[in-house]
Design a protein around this ligand. Structure first.
Ligand code: SF4
Length: 63
């Protein structure tokens, strides 16, 4: 890899995306956006739908 284009460690929003997108296994990823990405760290246990999370690429966060 010549250049690291990932947003690893950076804040992401639900509709962000990047070339490293990989869909979570447990859900149907209808769009290649961070919300459906297995590397995205969103607080899915919070009461409200989280708007922002952290990209944790290359560590898988969600199945
Ligand atoms: S969460 Fe996934 S799609 Fe979003 S920036 Fe990180 S690797 Fe890319």
């Amino acid at each position: 890899m010549e250049k690291n284009l990932s947003k690893s460690g950076q804040e992401i929003k639900r509709n962000d995306t990047c070339p490293y997108f990989a869909g979570r296994k447990s859900i149907l990823a209808i769009e290649p956006i961070c919300w459906f990405c297995k590397y995205a760290g969103f607080d899915l246990k919070s009461d409200k739908l989280p708007e922002r999370g952290i990209c944790c690429y290359p560590e898988e966060q969600n199945e």
